[in-house]
Design a binder for this molecule. Structure first.
Ligand code: C5P
Length: 222
């Protein structure tokens, strides 16, 4: 099983949502299931890669045959990714919370007659941008994702430049597509060579095709 084209290659993947605590019992989260990240991990393992899978609290069962690093917050995910480097490639499929609560209450916040609590936010680290912009130990191939609802190619191309990653896998998540929460995906792969539209297909097939492209890039076939 480990005798594929990616034998001996180490790939770090982030997947799932993050949870950002407010107090000991409450948190901010998002609806990411971790399904696409898990499918990509399974596809890369099938091609022989050694995968470090850094996962937030996902509902999808984790991939098999990986080194699983479970985290909760964006900051923990950032630290786990940095610890997992160096790697030949990194794929950032996680839906990382952009903000965390600026401070966490050590006790459960109580309901009072004095009024409503207010929540202030602090910005989380952008893991994709941080890894893309490493001057030392940057993975040879850094892949990010972009979920857009309009002007997909324009926005994703700008995101690729802003973050400094090599590829962006962009998709249209506007409700009419039925892609968010569905089993199919229609993506555009954006690289230095431009934008390549892939036909609509199952998320597992998107993962297989992306894994093949990663193998080609790492083994010099493209
Ligand atoms: O900026 P935006 O969230 O749209 O970018 C999406 C891409 O950036 C995804 O690949 C996601 O995993 C990554 N990201 C990250 N850390 C963040 C925010 C996004 O790695 N704090």
């Amino acid at each position: 099983l480990t005798d594929g084209p990616l034998k001996g290659r180490r790939i770090v993947i982030t997947s799932g949502p993050t949870h950002e605590p407010i107090d000991p019992v409450r948190y901010i989260a998002n609806r990411s299931s971790g399904a696409q990240g898990t499918a990509i991990a399974n596809a890369l393992v099938r091609l022989g890669a050694e995968v470090v899978f850094v996962s937030g609290p996902a509902s999808a069962p984790p991939p098999l045959g990986v080194t699983l690093v479970k985290v909760e917050t964006a900051q923990q995910m950032h630290d786990a990714v940095m610890q997992a480097l160096p790697a030949d490639a990194a794929v950032f499929a996680a839906a990382v919370a952009d903000w965390r609560a600026a401070s966490q209450s050590a006790q459960k916040i109580k309901k009072t007659r004095e009024g409503l609590p207010t929540l202030s936010f602090a910005e989380n680290p952008d893991i994709l941008a941080a890894v893309s912009q490493l001057t030392e130990g940057r993975p040879g191939l850094v892949v990010g994702f972009a979920a857009e609802t309009d002007n997909v190619i324009e926005h994703a191309t700008a995101k690729r430049a802003r973050k400094g990653c090599d590829w962006i896998v962009a998709n249209d998540v506007s409700p009419a597509t039925g892609i968010m929460g569905g089993t199919e995906n229609a993506v555009t792969l954006i690289s230095a060579d431009g934008a390549e539209d892939w036909p609509r297909m199952g998320k597992d097939l998107v993962a297989d095709r992306l894994a093949e492209r990663i193998a080609d890039a790492l083994t010099g076939k493209d």
